[in-house]
Design a protein around this ligand. Structure first.
Ligand code: CUA
Length: 426
């Protein structure tokens, strides 16, 4: 029996109030109210303020489920609250009153509830299935326009391959372009990203564009996405993958077709030659005089500033241009040290003789806004901090192990020279 002690007029009042409670979310929904606007949930990794159709489809499925469940919550919750209040114990007589007559239920109400539950599930299922179909792969009509790249997970960074772009290795020798940790893509065009891993399971996620899809050993996964407009987006590994999982991040930079072509043109060149013929007066005596000593960083200090002085995309553009005041001698010394200190065993710098593949390709390292897989801002202070003690920044990483295994020690002068060299690689 449903609310057995209600008089007919009380039932009418109850029904009215329940409808009113259910009405609030429906009004919000009909008003096209955007929840993310209500609470300004538009951080760098917001899945509510999105920048592409795949993330939008995922967000829409979330909203459908949100509204359906919110409506159910409002109906059940308000009925429960009303009944709790209405039938509360008021006096001693209520305390010892006999229980109301028991029954085995009301077929009409029970069938209606089953019907409503099925209806709610159908309302959720239809857009969900549509979303799964849409986000799985690029629509057939758009396939001819797909740009394809490969992303490979490493503990703890991302390698990006451009199989269709030929980069100069040395002389006439060419190989597909390889970069790391900052994926540059054309805006307004569907991009299919083949997902691989060389070690454990990672997960590829750019909240504002698409995600998440796992990178699984011995399994060929892929994801597709599209950035509606040029922009700078934050991504990260979303599957626990060892010591430094929490700091396995990356960026995605979407560019207009023309700017993207110019970027490719630059990236496929070999590493920048050392600056020559810099007038004596233009040579900084101590290029990094103001550098904070590496030991001054606290253990938990993040080196990344997510607040750029200009727009993030303009900050990225500024990174493509060589520094005004470079010290050619210091850079040349750093280049020599890059070999002497065994950096070449793990890193590639096309055109400078380094061909290692264990760590990120550094051919155009300084053209990235971040280092250490999106963790530190790519500036002299942070590069030196990383070189000084990579294990303190990213526990368990292979560079720290390589330093220990090969007895690599760097003096302050060595660090400065390596910083100058690395930051000359635009
Ligand atoms: Cu890779 Cu978590």
């Amino acid at each position: 029996m449903f609310l057995p002690r209600l008089s007919p007029s009380a039932r009418v009042r109850l029904a009215r109030r329940a409808c009113l409670a259910a009405f609030v979310p429906v009004v919000l929904l009909l008003a096209g109210c955007d929840l993310s606007e209500l609470w300004r949930m538009d951080g760098h990794q917001s899945t509510l303020h999105v920048a592409g159709p795949v993330a939008a489809a995922q967000r829409d499925v979330f909203y459908v489920t949100w509204w359906v469940t919110l409506t159910i919550f409002a109906l059940v919750g308000s009925t429960l609250a009303y009944a709790t209040w209405k039938f509360r114990v008021r006096n001693a007589a209520d305390e010892h009153a006999a229980p109301p007559p028991q029954s085995h239920g009301n077929p009409l109400i029970e069938l209606s509830l089953i019907g409503l539950s099925v209806g709610a599930l159908v309302i959720i299922a239809v857009p969900t299935l549509k979303g799964i179909w849409y986000t799985y792969d690029v629509a057939p009509a758009e396939r001819a326009n797909v740009y394809e790249v490969n992303a490979t997970g490493y503990q703890w960074w991302f390698r990006f391959d451009y199989p269709t772009e030929q980069a100069t290795v040395q002389g006439n020798v060419k190989a597909p372009l390889v970069t790391a940790n900052e994926l540059v893509i054309p805006a307004g065009r569907p991009v299919r990203i083949n997902l691989r891993t060389v070690d454990v399971i990672h997960s590829f996620w750019i909240p504002k564009l698409a995600g998440k899809v796992d990178m699984i050993p011995n399994r060929a996964n892929f994801i597709w996405l599209k950035a509606d407009e040029p922009g700078y987006f934050w991504g990260q590994c979303a599957e626990y993958c060892g010591d430094s999982h929490a700091v396995m991040r990356f960026r995605v930079v979407a560019l207009e077709p023309k700017e993207f072509a110019a970027w490719l043109e630059q990236q496929t060149q070999t590493a920048r030659d050392l600056p020559a013929n810099v007038a004596e007066s233009d040579r900084p005596k101590a290029q990094f005089a103001s550098l904070r000593a590496p030991n001054d960083f606290s253990v938990n200090e993040s080196g990344i500033t997510d607040r750029f002085e200009v727009s993030p995309l303009d900050a990225w553009r500024a990174h493509q241009i060589p520094e005004k005041h470079e010290n050619p001698e210091l850079i040349a010394k750093g280049k020599t040290l890059f070999t002497a200190k065994t950096c070449i065993a793990c890193h590639t710098v096309r055109g400078h003789g380094a061909q290692g593949v264990t760590g990120p390709d550094l051919t155009h390292f300084a053209a990235r806004t971040t280092l250490a897989a999106g963790l530190l801002e790519n500036n002299p202070e942070q590069v030196r901090r990383w070189l000084h003690n990579p294990g303190a920044v990213k526990p368990g990483n292979k560079m720290a192990k390589g330093f220990a295994d090969n007895n690599v020690t760097l003096t302050a002068e060595d660090e400065e020279a390596l910083v100058a060299y690395l930051l000359s690689l635009k």
